[in-house]
Design a protein around this ligand. Structure first.
Ligand code: KG4
Ligand code: ZN
Length: 363
């Protein structure tokens, strides 16, 4: 079985071909970073137009690279949501057109499901496993129990982890996207400087698995304001900027580690049967690239008797191989969608999950 995957829900136009022997036949990602950088973030209208301009050509290229014709593929999978609606419409309409013309099954994949199932493509991981999904748009802890079976243990009450990195970078005068810039700045801080500033760790020590980053962001803003107000030139020195980046990164890693440790305790406690216990802790999403975070998660996983599995970076950030693979898993189980599927800007993986609480958000 070979499935064509299409991803257009944010600022990457991506097309991939994946088969049921877990081979990635083609995997193309066209980043729109340069188009959005002048605005310091993703502009939905620019993103949608850019997907429209590039998607057809990218599909043609992927098919050529994999040396496949449409008569050799068994289904078309596309991100049906959640994400920026303009981009999702472009992807979904294109996928439907191919499916209709070629008489192929059409599968609308939840973008989060793509991230959640990637480790089955890369590592052949068995269900169930615990997933920490940390990207620019999402920050969730999920038990992945099977295809289409996700139990959300926690989510953010305000910002996603990657969004917090992006905002922190802006506050200290680093570029976009913020995550890699903050990590590089933190690496430049000396050991002494790295501990010079201490920032709060929202939710740490509290029960549950929800996240919050807005208090941390405010604390960082106040620190920057205090330092620049006292500086003769009113500016943040490079040394202070790097030290603040290090403090911020450690604080986020501590928050994510604390909530993940709670999640491990929770799933061990409610899964006395060995089959209900997670086989691994999985981390995915763009923030999973962060080495300080990975090191903290290694510790948390080991303490909880789990191994840490992280897909290679290319498949951690947004891509279409994960969408093709999730579509393939759904197709293998006999699942497919009708051509009247409507794109969904919002689409929770676990609609039954309780609302996130804490840090000022009440139940
Ligand atoms: O998964 P992704 O590529 O796109 C979304 O679905 O959002 O994640 C992008 C996010 C951005 O917020 C970016 O700042 C963050 O991941 N990121 C990082 C690092 N690399 C990317 N955050 C922290 N450390 C990094 N090294
Ligand atoms: Zn994503």
């Amino acid at each position: 079985m070979i499935v064509l995957g299409i991803e257009t829900s944010c600022d990457e136009t991506a097309v991939a071909l994946v088969d049921d022997r877990r081979h990635v036949r083609a995997d193309l990602v066209l980043s729109q970073l340069a188009e959005h950088r002048p605005y310091g973030g993703v502009v939905p209208e620019i993103a949608a137009r850019s997907h429209l301009d590039h998607l057809d050509g990218l599909i043609r290229r992927a098919m050529a690279e994999a040396d496949l014709g449409f008569d050799q593929i068994d289904g078309v999978a596309v991100t049906g949501g959640p994400g920026l609606i303009g981009g999702i419409i472009v992807g979904v309409m294109t996928a439907k057109a191919i499916a209709a013309v070629r008489g192929l099954p059409f599968v609308a994949v939840n973008h989060l499901e793509g991230h959640a199932l990637t480790v089955r493509l890369t590592d052949d991981l068995a269900f169930p496993y615990l997933l920490l999904l940390v990207s620019g748009g999402h920050c969730q802890l999920l038990m992945v129990e099977g295809v289409g079976r996700y139990r959300r243990l926690g989510t953010t009450v305000d910002d996603a982890a990657g969004e917090a990195f992006d905002k922190a970078a802006k506050l200290v005068g680093l570029g976009y996207p913020g995550g890699p810039a903050v990590e590089q700045a933190a690496a430049r801080a000396t050991e002494h400087d790295g501990d010079r500033f201490s920032l709060p760790r929202p939710m740490v020590g509290r029960p549950g698995c929800d996240f919050s980053f807005s208090g941390l962001k405010t604390a960082l803003r106040q620190r920057v304001a205090a330092i620049t107000a006292a500086a003769p030139d009113g500016r943040l020195s490079d040394r202070d900027r790097d030290a603040l980046a290090a403090a911020f990164q450690t604080a986020v890693a501590d928050c994510l580690a604390d909530r993940t440790a709670n999640a491990i305790r929770l799933v061990h406690a409610d899964g006395p049967a060995p089959t209900a216990r997670p086989t691994a802790l999985v981390v995915a999403g763009g923030v999973a690239a962060n080495r300080t975070l990975r090191a903290r998660l290694e510790q948390v996983a080991a303490a909880g008797g789990l191994r840490l599995v992280a897909p290679p970076l290319r498949l951690c950030t947004d891509n279409a191989a994960m969408i093709a693979w999730a579509g393939l898993e759904r197709l293998r189980q006999g699942g497919r969608d009708d051509l009247d599927f409507a794109p969904r800007p919002r689409w929770p993986l676990d609609p039954a999950a309780p609302k996130a609480t804490g840090a000022g958000v009440k139940a």
